[in-house]
Design a protein. Structure first.
Length: 376
């Protein structure tokens, strides 16, 4: 984590015009603050495209107010209810795509808070030869001071982000949904946004599709923050269960091994299995200290707000509960929509055939067939 934090990217050799695609649904805590950071980008040629699927969506007044406040920024709002597949986010992106002006596209979630040099660092990451996709880490930004928001942020900062950096060090090339930057040419090669519409883990599937074309995924030297606003343990559980089941679907052999990430849980289990012994108490104290200390170091390296140290054992136990529930089914709840990760898992299980089909997809796209509306 410290090596990642210390890296200083070389300035981008060029700053190509960029279109940022922001699919939205409903008003959210800190939505205005998150979207406003994109209006503050220090970038010479930028277009912002916001999209909703309902004419009465509460996010519309938020976008309209920002567009009036920053009239100098090229920004447009697309309202289009047309459905495309089961993934509503991808359906929204398909509807937004015809409004995009530029060749480089950056897909960013509605709750992302970014630094003014965010797009410059994305452009710099594209400089590596063979790069087809740029992604980024992200940290949690609690909305309010509730314990569930702190727990959610602790998972993102101390477990997810740290695990993503370790995965990169071990050679994995994962696409993280916070930032998905690519060119129109790359999008055409994978079959357009429509190729992602059947899947829940659209970011993970996009990464695999890009790698299957022979290109690489770069990790940008920027760390946005995502709003964490889960209201209560039930909402946090459903949110993390969705993440956990999509990770299991995309990495079924690696996911079980992640159980070793929770030392406080194992120490608590040892204490429960050896009642009255002193050594489990010492082990528990050591595990909690190491877990909290390492978590704080990771947060400092990422520039994230520190979470209370006493949450470390609760965070580990909660993660184990979510992990166990992951194996109880394949359904996830995503903004009041129930989806199944079975199709994502089938894609991974058919990895060899998927890679073999990549050249065929490229040929189909070259002929102009199979593209969603507006992608020609």
């Amino acid at each position: 984590m410290r090596r990642f934090a210390r890296q200083v990217p070389a300035p981008a050799a060029s700053l190509p015009p960029i279109t940022v695609l922001k699919p939205l649904r409903d008003d959210e805590p800190m939505l205005t603050e998150a979207l406003e950071t994109f209006f503050h980008q220090d970038y010479p040629a930028l277009q912002l495209v916001f999209g909703v699927q309902r004419a009465d969506d509460p996010a519309i007044p938020v976008v309209q107010a920002l567009c009036r406040r920053y009239e100098q920024v090229d920004a447009v709002l697309v309202v289009d209810p047309a459905p495309h597949g089961t993934n509503r986010k991808i359906a929204n992106l398909i509807n937004m795509f015809p409004a995009a002006k530029h060749d480089v596209l950056v897909v960013s979630d509605s709750d992302m808070h970014v630094a003014p040099d965010y797009l410059r660092r994305i452009a710099a990451a594209f400089a590596a030869p063979g790069t087809g996709l740029v992604t980024s880490l992200y940290v949690g930004k609690p909305a309010g001071g509730g314990i569930t928001a702190e727990l959610g942020a602790a998972y993102i900062n101390q477990i997810f982000a740290a695990g993503a950096v370790v995965a990169r060090a071990l050679g994995r090339q994962d696409c993280l949904g916070a930032t998905m930057a690519f060119t129109r040419a790359t999008l055409r090669r994978i079959g357009g946004f429509a190729a992602l519409s059947p899947y829940v883990a659209d970011d993970g599937v996009l990464g695999r599709m890009v790698v299957a074309t022979g290109q690489t995924i770069a990790l940008a030297a920027t760390v946005p923050a995502t709003t964490v606003s889960d209201g209560g343990f039930s909402a946090l559980f459903r949110h993390e269960l969705r993440w956990s089941r999509t990770i299991r679907a995309m990495a079924p052999t690696i996911f079980p091994a992640s159980i070793v990430q929770y030392p406080a849980f194992w120490a608590l289990l040892a204490w429960a299995l050896a009642p009255g012994a002193l050594w489990p108490i010492a082990l528990l104290a050591l595990a909690i200290f190491v877990r909290a200390f390492c978590g704080r170091l990771v947060e400092r390296a990422l520039g994230a707000a520190p979470t209370p140290l006493w949450l470390a054992p609760l965070r580990d136990v909660f993660s184990i509960v979510v992990m166990g529930a992951t194996y109880a089914g394949h359904e996830v709840n995503w903004r009041d929509q129930v989806l199944s990760t079975r199709v994502d898992r089938a894609l991974v299980q058919d990895e060899g055939a998927f890679a073999a089909r990549a050249p065929m997809r490229a040929r189909i796209v070259a002929r102009g067939d199979g593209l969603a509306r507006g992608e020609r």
